[in-house]
Design a protein around this ligand. Structure first.
Ligand code: ADP
Ligand code: ZN
Length: 519
């Protein structure tokens, strides 16, 4: 094993977990590997074929990712190629059947459509493992569900006795369970590495999509550029991508753009010059994704909140792979959390809709929380950590919290009186003194808090609601694509104590709305 590592990859020792994982594979045992991006998962399926002199088949979701890996393996003298879903590659398939490859990549579509003759021939020639990369795609609870992944278990019938190894960088307990069940893994060897990336700083800023916030963004980026570091800015829409890109150019920063509507050639060129440091800034949608093997990205900024913490962790994790200090900033606007509705409309069943809402709620909570960001991220992935990290905005900042007891008391008691059967809109309408039909029908206009919240506009109250959710005074639950907000036990105690002092840090939106109100 060590010899193969040295000969083909030039490395002198294994990283944590690698040796153990490889050993279990060589013993023929199924495996489930959950390790952070950049921790060296690929090596776990690339070494066994070189030692056993048998083929490793790797199922991977993206052509670009496979192409990168194949190229890099070929350069190292490892016999490798890939089978895509569409291209004519009968020669690769027939070479593969003869066992001529060390590492053979294929898309899931291809894997489930290959004839059983292919698999029996390959097994006769020698196959040492089947790896399923990005295995979270199996789960509807994951952030990137792909139906073809769910059918991969059918390969087990063709490959009796061959170890199946599922690998992913992000998986909650529920997703891990789904992976093991769906692939029918038999007492798999489970390796779960730490998700902590101590060299990454995590920070969140609330914003309003406007020029003034874009200029703040430009300033953050130009600071990184000044010291020669590269930055990826992830936007949630192509429109944002274009706007931010224009602002960078206007500020004299050399920046590339990358999104799904660009042609292949333009995207490749954009990717290439960024990886070669000819341009330090990449403004992109998440189409600029897997397979970016650039170790020295110094900062990843999200302009707009991503749809789940899994995606956030994966995207932000693309910086600092070389272990040097790097920063991850997330800029969010409250409206970003409402995009769940859009994704829900595309989902086909209640489980999917609730999974989408759950993911958005977790991301929202991360944005709004006032405690250590790393701790909350790691806890989300099932990792306990005892101490605050000292390397996130909340650990470092001198907080500007304010006494919001009175307002919180009003909103909480209003939500309680409305019975917790609504989202935030109805209780906020009540506070604002609305007399819409639905409200009057329920007699909410008779509530003592009706029209007591006219000092602040509706969005201010909704933003406060978000804060109270993040701090656990309100509970938000997903109910078939809708979010219901109710008072949590913590909130109930706050109410019964008569509103003990509650200090919270208002969001940028709240502050902006207050400024407008007073002018
Ligand atoms: P992952 O698949 O977990 O995202 P990769 O397999 O792409 O991670 O590995 C990340 C980087 O670490 C690669 O550049 C890889 O060559 C390097 N690497 C992997 N294993 C070792 C090792 N044992 N020693 C040194 N570098 C390694
Ligand atoms: Zn911290």
């Amino acid at each position: 094993m060590e010899a193969a590592l040295k000969t083909y990859f030039g490395y002198t020792g294994f990283r944590p977990y690698q040796r153990e994982i490889i050993q279990k594979i060589m013993e023929g045992r199924d495996g489930l590997v959950v390790m952070a991006t950049g921790s060296g998962k690929s090596m776990c399926y690339q070494i066994p074929p070189l030692v056993a002199k048998k083929t490793a088949v790797v199922v991977s979701p993206l052509l670009s990712l496979m192409q990168d890996q194949v190229m890099s393996l070929q350069q190292r003298g490892v016999k490798s190629d890939y089978l895509g879903s569409t291209q004519m590659n009968s020669s690769v398939a027939s070479e593969a059947e003869k066992g001529l490859y060390d590492v053979l990549y294929m898309t899931p579509e291809k894997a489930i459509s290959l004839p059983s003759r292919f698999w029996s021939n390959l097994q006769a020639s020698g196959i040492c493992l089947l790896a399923i990369d990005e295995a979270h795609c199996i789960s509807e609870w994951g952030h990137d569900f792909r139906p073809e992944y769910k059918q991969l278990h059918s390969l087990r019938d063709h490959l009796v006795g061959v170890p199946f190894v599922a690998l992913t960088a992000t998986a909650t307990k529920r997703v891990r369970g789904d992976i093991a069940t769906s692939l029918n893994l038999s007492s798999p060897h489970i390796a779960i590495g730490s998700f902590d990336r101590p060299n990454l700083f995590y920070g969140v800023k609330s914003m309003q999509r406007s020029m003034s916030f874009i200029s703040e963004l430009v300033k953050d980026v130009s600071d990184t550029c000044t010291v020669g570091g590269s930055t990826i800015i992830y936007c949630t829409t192509i429109r944002d991508t274009e706007q931010v890109h224009e602002a960078m150019i206007a500020a004299g920063i050399k920046a590339n753009i990358y999104h799904g509507k660009m042609g292949n050639k333009a995207r490749e060129e954009s990717h290439r010059s960024f990886v070669r440091d000819e341009v330090l800034v990449m403004v992109a949608t998440i189409a600029f994704g897997m397979g970016i093997d650039k170790p020295d990205i110094r900062s990843v900024i999200h302009y707009g909140c991503p749809k789940s913490l899994e995606s956030y962790y994966q995207e932000s994790g693309r910086c600092g792979r070389d272990g040097l200090p790097s920063v991850c900033w997330l800029y969010y606007q409250r409206g970003d959390f409402g995009k769940a509705d859009f994704y829900c409309s595309e989902a086909t069943n209640a489980t999917q809709r609730n999974a989408i809402i759950d993911s958005f709620m977790a991301a929202q909570k991360y944005c709004l929380l006032g405690t250590c960001r790393r701790k909350s991220l790691l806890q989300y992935f099932g990792e306990e950590c005892a101490t605050d990290c000292g390397n996130c905005d909340n650990c470092k900042s001198t907080k500007t919290e304010r006494d919001l007891s009175k307002e919180s008391f009003l909103l909480l008691s209003c939500i309680k009186s409305c019975g917790g059967r609504w989202g935030l809109n109805m209780p906020v309408d009540v506070l604002r003194g609305s007399r819409v039909k639905k409200l009057v029908e329920k007699n909410y206009d008779k509530l003592p808090m009706h029209a007591r919240g006219k000092d602040y506009p509706p969005n201010w109250w909704k933003a406060l609601g978000g804060l109270l959710i993040a701090h656990g005074y309100l509970k938000e639950t997903a109910n078939d694509g809708y979010r219901l907000v109710s008072v949590s036990p913590k909130g109930a105690k706050f109410l019964s104590d008569g509103g003990t002092p509650l200090f919270l840090q208002p969001t940028a939106e709240m502050i902006e709305l207050e400024d407008h109100g007073s002018s």
